[in-house]
Ligand binder design. Structure first.
Ligand code: C2E
Ligand code: CA
Ligand code: CA
Ligand code: CA
Length: 275
């Protein structure tokens, strides 16, 4: 259609209004969701490649929206961070993960993802302590996962918080390793317990030599720094064979189990696994 500028302009404004409105709805729904109990945790197992036993389960947040159905975290975590709700939501995740892990049939560790915003909050360590105390979960059974964006913001305070968490006996993992900009330099600044190799490298492990070389290097680097290594996004048995050859310690992915509700992960944890 040839140039009715004014109509075009009006369409643009309407489009903007619609976007703003749906964003405001999402924000309001999110705030309501916490009160209405619409969030749940699903759990995905991490398997020890040497013993084939489940050593940990990662808690992954799920939102059951009354009208929209299941909303994936990729669509709401960012908004929760932007409106500051992630502080309360993150506290709920910590409490819920500890409460639920207490009833697991084996003492696997529960892993919780922490947002960078939670590190800006002065109360993070207190919140973690309280979640442990209220649930009775031993600190050795709690782990946290952070991405490098946590270390890019205010270093000193963040490092102090990480050391405090470590002193409580909590294990600390670097998530999505290899995707950031400064992956190597920050490994010197904090001794992580675990490096999680980003799933993009695992996806192409069998297809591309450069991916194999990168995974190989990350595993060696991690081990030489005293950290264990976990491969994310493992979907194929061939990937497991290769990861074993490369000396990777743990694996997580659809091959071993999808993120699943509490009752079903409990069944999985109770079932005997061949070595
Ligand atoms: P993440 O921490 O890297 O979590 C792994 C993501 O990969 C999960 O997506 C998981 O479902 C998916 N995944 C696991 N195995 C496979 C596989 O074999 N193949 C493929 N293609 N994907 C696999 P999910 O559950 O949608 O979570 C997305 C992201 O949302 C997480 O990435 C994490 O950054 C964030 N997130 C989830 N729960 C929380 C939470 O409680 N707090 C915070 N701050 N962030 C969370
Ligand atoms: Ca994670
Ligand atoms: Ca990850
Ligand atoms: Ca990720």
């Amino acid at each position: 259609v040839k140039g009715d500028g004014r109509t075009g302009h009006r369409f643009f404004e309407q489009e903007m209004d619609a976007q703003l409105q749906s964003r405001r709805h999402l924000e309001q729904d999110l705030i309501q969701a916490l009160k209405a109990g619409e969030f749940a945790l699903h759990y995905q197992p991490l398997v020890d490649l040497a013993s084939n036993q489940i050593s940990e389960c990662e808690a992954l947040l799920r939102w059951h929206h009354p009208e929209r159905g299941m909303v994936p975290p990729g669509e709401f975590i960012r908004v929760a961070e932007e409106i500051g709700l992630i502080i309360q939501l993150g506290e709920w995740v910590l409490q819920q993960a500890c409460r639920e892990a207490v009833s697991w049939p084996i003492p696997a560790r529960v892993k919780v993802n922490l947002s960078p915003i939670q590190f800006v909050d002065q109360n993070l360590v207190r919140t973690v302590k309280r979640a442990l105390e209220e649930s009775g979960l031993p600190s050795s059974r709690l782990g946290v996962e952070i991405t490098e964006s946590v270390l890019l913001q205010n270093n000193e305070a963040t490092l102090a918080t990480l050391h405090e968490l470590r002193q409580l006996g909590i294990s600390i993992a670097m998530d999505d390793f290899g995707t950031g900009y400064s992956s190597l330099s920050y490994l010197r600044s904090f001794p992580f317990d675990q490096i999680k190799i980003d799933q993009s490298f695992i996806r192409d492990l069998m297809l591309r030599n450069d991916c194999r070389a990168i995974v190989d290097s990350i595993i060696s680097l991690g081990h030489s720094l005293g950290m264990t290594t976990t491969a994310e996004g493992v979907e194929l048995p061939e990937q497991v064979t290769e990861l074993r050859k490369l000396g990777c310690d743990f694996a997580q992915g659809y091959l071993f189990g999808r993120p699943q509700p509490l009752h079903s992960v409990q069944e999985m944890l109770a079932a005997p696994r061949p070595p």
